[in-house]
Design a protein around this ligand. Structure first.
Ligand SMILES: NC(=O)CCC(=O)C(=O)O
Length: 310
């Protein structure tokens, strides 16, 4: 996990905007144009809501979601954490767009995810999330660690591992208002990722995601509320809008859950932008009232978060 040594910033109130992006089609240029328009809309057209401090896009926002599409849409990013990097000269047109949008709108931006081609090994593709600060710098990257390989007979079979490789690092980034952990979609099923993020000081964990019509109704909300409740942190997932003409039918219902497990906001199924005010006091009160964070029995069981290898 990058940035381990630094103490986490105190959680301050901030506003999160989730873009449940629609119209993700075969034309990447159109997808990027539409995503940029929606980022602009999220920041400048928030109506009664507060101007968002952090904007989130969904999983696979620049390409149709499907294992056969990833090789065609994959882009080389060229970013290595800790190394100097200029997003405007990245080979990735998606990275260039995201950086420019964050800079123009002076917002933090979690750029959903895109299919990424490894910079040095062309045969390796990842499902990758990049994050930008309000100056447009790329400040963090997360490659989906747990690939979405499931087989529910008669319902859904999906095997990301046919074309993707799993990431090998856990990632977070610091803003002036929170330390934020990153996961991508299926990563939410693995409690260790959120638990380790929370133990390393993250107060918020964000997962760009795209659940489906079989597991969405059963698990989308349950998993977010579970990870939030387990760790007494804010958890959010941002989905694409549902498109029944697409090859993959996303569940939608982009959501933010607070540290006591309450759903703060939930989108419907179509294209929509939802906003949530993150109130630091909720986390303080939850942790004070139900003090599991200080009641763990590491004399009885191991603290797996202490054993992460990087
Ligand atoms: N894109 C994904 O990882 C989908 C995960 C999913 O639908 C699930 O049930 O898990």
């Amino acid at each position: 996990m990058s940035g381990l040594a630094k103490a986490a910033p105190a959680l301050k109130p901030f506003t999160l905007a989730l873009i449940q992006l629609g119209n993700i089609g075969a034309n990447k240029t159109d997808n990027l144009k539409h995503a940029r328009e929606m980022i602009h809309k999220a920041v400048t057209n928030h109506g009664e809501k507060k101007r968002p401090d952090l904007v989130v896009l969904p999983e696979c926002f620049n390409s149709p979601y499907g294992v056969n599409h990833f090789p065609q849409y994959a882009e080389k990013i060229g970013y290595t954490p800790g190394q100097p990097f200029e997003p405007e000269s990245s080979e990735s047109e998606s990275v260039r767009m995201l950086s420019a949008a964050a800079k123009e709108l002076k917002t933090w931006l979690i750029g959903g995810s895109i299919p990424e081609r490894d910079t040095t090994d062309d045969s390796k593709l990842y499902n990758t999330c990049t994050v930008y600060n309000p100056q447009g710098d790329l400040v963090a990257m997360h490659r989906k660690v747990h690939l979405f390989d499931i087989d529910i007979p008669g319902k859904i079979t999906f095997k990301e591992s046919e074309t993707l490789t799993g990431g090998t690092t856990l990632n977070f980034f610091d803003t002036e208002f929170a330390r934020i952990g990153l996961g991508i979609c299926y990563d939410v099923r693995f409690p260790e990722l959120a638990m380790i993020a929370a133990r390393r000081g993250c107060q918020v964990v964000v997962y760009p995601g795209a659940f489906n019509l079989t597991t969405g109704p059963l698990h989308w909300e349950l998993l977010q509320r579970s990870r939030a409740n387990d760790n007494q942190v804010f958890v959010s997932m941002c989905s694409p809008a549902r498109d029944m003409s697409a090859g993959y039918h996303a569940w939608g219902h982009s959501m933010v859950v607070d540290p006591i497990g309450k759903v703060l906001v939930e989108a419907g199924e179509g294209e929509e932008i939802v906003y949530a005010d993150i109130d630091a006091q909720t986390m303080v009160e939850t942790r004070k009232g139900i003090p599991v964070t200080t009641q763990r029995r590491f004399d009885v069981y191991a603290d797996v978060s202490a054993e992460v290898l990087y």
